[in-house]
Unconditional design. Structure first.
Length: 426
């Protein structure tokens, strides 16, 4: 459903790595300043329950660029020519990729883009004097220049992937100091993002300082996004679909994790922001549809008038992306009845329904997997494990997740889940 215009529609996709939903005001954060992102959210369709299907970038991008869930085995629809840039080229859509993440730039699918712009990162050892001279600032400056140069052409898809919070935390110290109270210790001056497990008896001031440093980095990101949005000229704004999504979240001490660590599948890693702004469409502010990264692929195909993958846009088609555009006119639309995420380790996966979150983890040494169950949406950060009190639900959700993993290898479509697994508690 492209915008009605004499110009061929365009699209701008911004992927920000390690940006969890809970750090943004639009997702309930009350202490970090994100006016640009919050303003964009007010103009967009906001997906409250967007989750990643894997914390691995290569698996995430199978979803983004092939519409294939991370559980699907290689060769199931991800052959050359089935990728997003190739399909858009067939519609005479020019595709440009701008990234400062070497792992994304080196993915095989990038060869299908008409243009690849690599933003070389610099090894930062100290914080920057201004936001413009940070790694984020350099990336967004290049992104804005690309948008301006493409604005005179209709029919383009610009994909921007920023290292985001995975890159150096080199925002000016004054930004992190802003979040420190008078009686707080001075925030840390470190630039390398944290990546470790905290001991149970850790110093709470250490975690506080890391949170303040992260807040300063998010504020710098928000300022960069404000500048980027200013680079979108009125013509492009009137015809272009804009999608902003987090690639992966970032633990900041929840469940004793700081940074990626072991990529444990909890809220702070799995739940990401997703905003979709459609020109000329008065979208509902929020939807609780379960969205995943493969939906971006289907959404862009829909926007540019390409054919949709068979079986998409049905609740039982859990391994294919579904277009997000129909949610603009039906905020209660169901994309899927559950969302499955697999960890970097084959022994860990999780299943999310509107009512429950089950985390399944095992090791080669363990004979019985560890199963955790949390009530949604009430227990946002998975604090209260109710697995021992809800044995039947644990068993059924674990079986459902296991069946999905098996079905993924064969490309099978499973029956919808029973309603008691999807309906929230009164």
């Amino acid at each position: 459903m492209p915008a009605a215009s004499s110009h061929q529609p365009s699209a701008l996709v911004l992927v920000i790595d390690r940006l969890p939903a809970h750090l943004l005001g639009a997702y309930g954060n009350s202490w970090i300043r994100t006016p640009a992102l919050d303003g964009l959210a007010a103009e967009s369709l906001l997906f409250e329950l967007a989750t990643i299907d894997s914390p691995r970038l290569d698996a995430l991008y199978r979803g983004f660029w092939h519409g294939i869930h991370a559980t699907r085995t290689q060769g199931q629809g991800d052959q050359p020519g089935n990728d997003l840039p190739s399909q858009l080229r067939a519609r005479n859509v020019r595709t440009i990729l701008v990234t400062d993440e070497p792992q994304v730039a080196d993915l095989p699918q990038t060869e299908a883009f008409d243009e690849l712009i690599r933003i070389e990162g610099e090894t930062a050892t100290t914080t920057a004097d201004t936001v413009a001279t940070t790694q984020l600032g350099r990336f967004f400056t290049a992104a804005a220049e690309t948008i301006r140069s493409e604005a005179k052409h209709s029919g383009s898809m610009i994909w921007l992937h920023s290292q985001g919070m995975a890159g150096p935390w080199d925002a000016p110290l004054e930004l992190r100091n802003f979040y420190a109270a008078e009686d707080d210790p001075e925030p840390p001056t470190m630039v390398a993002p944290p990546d470790r497990v905290l001991p149970a008896d850790h110093d709470p001031d250490e975690r506080l300082g890391i949170a303040q440093a992260a807040a300063g980095q998010v504020t710098a990101l928000d300022e960069c996004i404000e500048s980027l949005l200013g680079a979108v000229d009125p013509q492009l704004r009137d015809t272009a679909l804009l999608i902003v999504i987090g690639a992966r979240g970032l633990p900041l001490g929840e469940h004793l994790r700081l940074g990626p660590c072991d990529e444990a599948l909890y809220e702070e890693l799995v739940h990401v922001p997703l905003l979709v702004r459609m020109p000329g469409v008065l979208a509902p502010l929020r939807t609780q549809a379960l969205a995943q990264n493969a939906d971006i692929f289907a959404t862009l195909l829909d926007w540019f008038g390409c054919s949709q993958p068979a079986g998409a846009s049905t609740p039982a088609a859990r391994f294919l992306g579904s277009s997000l555009l129909p949610c603009s006119s039906d905020s209660a639309r169901v994309l899927r009845d559950c969302a499955l995420t697999i960890g970097g380790d084959a022994g860990e996966w999780s299943i999310r329904t509107p009512a429950w979150y089950l985390r399944h983890s095992s090791t080669p040494e363990s004979q019985v997997p560890r199963l955790e169950l949390y009530v949604k949406p009430d227990d946002r950060f998975e604090v209260n494990d109710v697995a021992r009190r809800c044995g039947d639900l644990v068993e059924q959700l674990d079986a459902a997740g296991g069946a999905m993993l098996q079905a993924a290898e064969m490309g099978a479509v499973l029956a919808p889940l029973p309603t008691h697994l999807t309906e929230t508690l009164d």
